[in-house]
Design a protein around this ligand. Structure first.
Ligand code: COI
Length: 360
C-alpha cells in the first residue's frame, strides 16, 4: 500500500455550491457527478501544464476543436473504494496511467505524465472524499479523459489538448448485478480491427459498438459478443469487457493482438488465477470451438471482466443459430471466486501482497 497524496498539492478552487449527494441505494452507473474535476492543459512546445482542481462544470470548446471533427479523444476508467476501515483506496491506478500514456501514441495524442495522472486523481478524490460511497458494491467511478482542443480543420493531430478527470458515485454497472447476462453473437459488424485502434481506449471504439448494442437490446440481449474483423470467427471482447472462458477446467482468454483492450481487470484475473495454480491460456479461440465445447459439455463458464462490472457472468449466447445456455444460466464457480477475490482486494478485506491498493 502506498500513500498517493504525498506529492506537492495542486491548486484547488472549491465549489461554492456543493450538490446534494444521491442516496447510495439507487446510484446506478454514470448518472451522478461529484463536486470537482481535475484539469490539465497541453500546448505544443510547453507540454502538459497547470494541473488544477476546480468545480465540476462545462468545458468551453471552440466549435472547430479537432475532437469534434476528427475524434481525437480517449478515456480511462477506474474506481476509488471505501475500505472496511473507512480509508479510501484506488486499485492499480498506475496501470490506467500507463495504458492512457501508451494508447495516446496510437491516437497522436501526447502521452500524459503517468505520475501526474496518479497524483492528480489521488488529490481529486481526496478533495471529494465525502462522495466516495460506502454501501456494499458501490464505489466512486473515475473517468479521466483527453480531448483535442485546437480550432483547426486541417486533418492532422491537434496541437492543444485538455486532460480532465471527473468522478461520480456508482453502484453495479448492470442493473441486474451478478445476474448472468444474455449476449448477442454479432457475425457481421465489428468493434475493432488489428492494425486499428482497438487496443487504445479511444472514444471511437465505443461509437463503433453502439448500433450493434442497440439492436442486441431490441432482441432482448444485454450486450454483444465481438468477433474478429477478418474471419468473423475468433472471439475478441464481450460488451465493453475482456472475455474469459472456462473449458474443461482451463481458463482461456483471447490474446492481446492489437484489436483487444489490455484490460486491467483482465491482468488481475490472469495474475490471481496463475497464483492459484489454475491452468490459464491466452490464445485465439473461435466461436466454432466454443460451440463444439458447449455441445461436448466441456464449456463450463463464460464471463466478461472489466472495471465497471468486475466480473459479469454470461448466462446465454444467442445468435442466428439459436441459444447456448452456459452453466445452466448461473454464474460459475471460477467467475464467483474471481469476483470475490478481486472485490475483497479492492475493498481492503484481504491482504494486498502486490501493493495494488493505493491509499489516499
Ligand atoms: C468497463 O467494462 O470497465 C468499461 O470500460 C465500461 C465503461 C466504458 C463504462
Amino acid at each position: 500500500m502506498s500513500v498517493a497524496t504525498s506529492a506537492p498539492p495542486l491548486p484547488v478552487t472549491r465549489t461554492s455550491s456543493p450538490r446534494p449527494r444521491p442516496s447510495e441505494d439507487q446510484l446506478g452507473f454514470g448518472k451522478y457527478f461529484a463536486d470537482h474535476m481535475l484539469l490539465v492543459d497541453y500546448v505544443a512546445g510547453d507540454g502538459w501544464a497547470q494541473p488544477r482542481i476546480v468545480p465540476y462544470g462545462p468545458l468551453a470548446l471552440d466549435p472547430a476543436a479537432s475532437v469534434l471533427h476528427y475524434g481525437q479523444a480517449m478515456f480511462e476508467g477506474l474506481k476509488a473504494y471505501r475500505l472496511a476501515d473507512g480509508q479510501i483506496a484506488l486499485f492499480r491506478p498506475d496501470r490506467n496511467a500507463h495504458r492512457m500514456a501508451t494508447g495516446a501514441l496510437r491516437l497522436s495524442i501526447p502521452a500524459i505524465d503517468e505520475t501526474l495522472f496518479v497524483q492528480g486523481i489521488a488529490q481529486l478524490v481526496a478533495a471529494d472524499r465525502d462522495w466516495v460511497p460506502s454501501a456494499p458494491g458501490t464505489a466512486l467511478y473515475i473517468r479521466p479523459t483527453i480531448i483535442a482542443t485546437e480550432a483547426f480543420l486541417g486533418v492532422r493531430a491537434s496541437q492543444s489538448y485538455t486532460f480532465y478527470v471527473i468522478t461520480g458515485p456508482v453502484g453495479a454497472y448492470y442493473a441486474g448485478g451478478l445476474r448472468p447476462v444474455r449476449i448477442w453473437v454479432e457475425r457481421e459488424r465489428v468493434r475493432a480491427v488489428k492494425g486499428g485502434i482497438g487496443a487504445a481506449k479511444a472514444a471511437a471504439n465505443y461509437v463503433a459498438s453502439l448500433q450493434v448494442a442497440e439492436e442486441a437490446r431490441a432482441r432482448g440481449c444485454d450486450q454483444v459478443l465481438w468477433l474478429d474483423a477478418i474471419e468473423h470467427e475468433y472471439l475478441e471482447e464481450v460488451g465493453t469487457m475482456n472475455l474469459c472462458l472456462v473449458i474443461d477446467g482451463m481458463l482461456i482468454t483471447p490474446p492481446l493482438g492489437g484489436s483487444i483492450l489490455p484490460g486491467i481487470t483482465r491482468d488481475t484475473v490472469l495474475t490471481l488465477a496463475r497464483d492459484w495454480g489454475m491452468p490459464v491460456e491466452e490464445r485465439v479461440i473461435s466461436i466454432t470451438e466454443l460451440t463444439a465445447a458447449h455441445r461436448a459439455g466441456t464449456l463450463q463458464e463464460v464471463f466478461g471482466v472489466g472495471t465497471a462490472a468486475v466480473i459479469q457472468a454470461v448466462g446465454t449466447l444467442t445468435g442466428a443459430d439459436g441459444d447456448l445456455v452456459i452453466n445452466g444460466g448461473q454464474p460459475g464457480p471460477i467467475a464467483q471466486r474471481l469476483y470475490d477475490a478481486i472485490t475483497r482486494l479492492q475493498y481492503g478485506l484481504d491482504p494486498d501482497p502486490r501493493g495494488w491498493r493505493v491509499i489516499i
